[in-house]
Design a protein around this ligand. Structure first.
Ligand code: PLP
Length: 385
């Protein structure tokens, strides 16, 4: 049994999440990494690899590729040959390279917002133009707005950047939604780059993840799908990712776009990744159970508070909380003044929201919830809501 309740002190580890507030009484619930130790089998494999003592330049082995391909087949009934894979040191480099592979400078890349903030600048990083289309809350569900996508489309729009499961709303898009998006991209001859890094952190049991590229050969031929075990196995600092690119021409264009720019993957990251795919044990299920309880705890607190609301995340360990009614000018600083480090919605093009990362031991979450309640009640009382 994994002890997810164990609180591990992360000070002096260079942690991005915890260093932001070092020396201050502010608990961090912002950046998307969890406060759990990696699974024991991953730690054992890493220790064994360290014992070897040599950490030379390393490539993904055939056994690692086979392990990943077997996982795709088992999880999604998606049969992928090894030549479709491109190994990368991260998903963020992956969707930035995808932008470089789509059309030519000046062309457009469409995405639905709010979204994981590195998406927002990716087109411009590659001299492409970002086309942002707002998502809408429809009957308690965050949805892509196909009408606006149609209206904002121009001939220079060459790619759609998809995040599924979605950060920060926690949506898992359904087969119907993904089919509609695939049809849109096929009709417009647009590529689709699908970031599926959160695909194994599913909280709603009756909602499966579906890789959009597995829907049909037509959409597969226009797709770049990005995976990584780093979120689900909580090894995000061991950067490693895989791009699945079925179309040979597109794959070559993608590979040529990074010649000389992208470093190799660390041998430790490859070891951890191989263990995650070959020997996940019950980690995914146990983690899901723990996070589901955390989600419930946070949701009950939100539901009982005035001036705030949230649709429970179907996937991920991120709650997307509507605080518009509280009319807080600087939400980051406001919640920090109550000892709480949250991600501010504006960063994701979701002004009036905050993102609360509940991937932590229960005790840490309970303290975070207490501080959140204090902060919200103080403002609600001030406004009389
Ligand atoms: C949707 C999404 N994509 C990518 C990443 C980061 O990927 P990587 O660390 O492999 O670059 C994150 C991290 O939070 C994420 O939420």
């Amino acid at each position: 049994m994994i002890d997810f309740d164990r609180v591990i002190d992360r000070t002096n580890t260079g942690s991005t999440k915890w260093n932001k507030y070092s020396g201050k009484d502010i608990l961090p619930f912002w950046v998307a990494d969890m406060d759990f130790a990696a699974p024991p089998q991953v730690l054992a494999a890493l220790k064994q690899r360290i014992e070897h003592g040599i950490f030379g330049y390393t490539r993904a082995s055939d056994t690692l590729s086979d392990a990943f391909l077997s996982w795709l087949l088992k999880e999604y009934h998606w049969e992928v040959p090894a030549e479709w894979l491109v190994w990368l040191p991260g998903v963020v480099p992956g969707f930035n390279l995808a932008c470089r592979s789509a059309g030519v400078p000046g062309d457009g890349v469409m995405m639905s917002v709010p979204v994981y903030y590195p998406f927002l600048s990716a087109p411009e990083n590659s001299s492409r133009k970002a086309i942002y289309v707002e998502k809408h809350l429809v009957n308690g569900r965050w949805e892509m707005d196909f009408e606006s996508m149609e209206a904002l489309y121009t001939k220079r729009c060459k790619m759609f950047l998809l995040c599924n499961p979605h950060n920060p709303t926690g949506r898992i898009y359904t087969r119907e939604e993904l089919s509609q998006l695939a049809e849109f991209c096929i009709a417009k001859n647009m590529l689709i780059c699908s970031d599926e890094i959160h695909c194994s952190i599913l909280l709603d049991k009756n909602k499966p993840h579906l890789p959009i590229a597995s829907l049909s050969n037509d959409i597969a031929q226009q797709s770049i799908t990005l995976y990584s075990p780093t979120k689900a196995f909580n090894i995000p600092g061991l950067s490693c990712a895989i791009a699945v690119i079925p179309n040979k021409k597109l794959r070559l264009r993608f590979e040529n776009s990074y010649a000389g720019l992208i470093s190799g993957i660390s041998p430790l990251a490859l070891t951890a990744t191989e263990t995650a795919f070959t020997n996940p044990g019950s980690w995914i299920k146990d983690l899901g159970d723990y996070l589901r309880n955390n989600r419930g705890l946070l949701q009950s607190a939100i539901d009982a508070l005035p001036g705030v609301s949230a649709i429970p995340a179907e996937a991920t360990y991120l709650a997307w909380i509507d605080i518009r009614e509280l009319q807080i000018k600087n939400p980051g600083a406001y919640f920090e003044s109550f000892g709480l480090g949250l991600s501010v919605g504006k960063q994701f093009m979701g002004d009036g929201y905050v993102r609360f990362n509940f991937g932590c031991p229960r005790k840490t979450l309970e303290e975070g919830i207490k501080r959140f309640q204090k902060a919200v009640l103080a403002r609600a009382t001030e406004l009389g809501v």
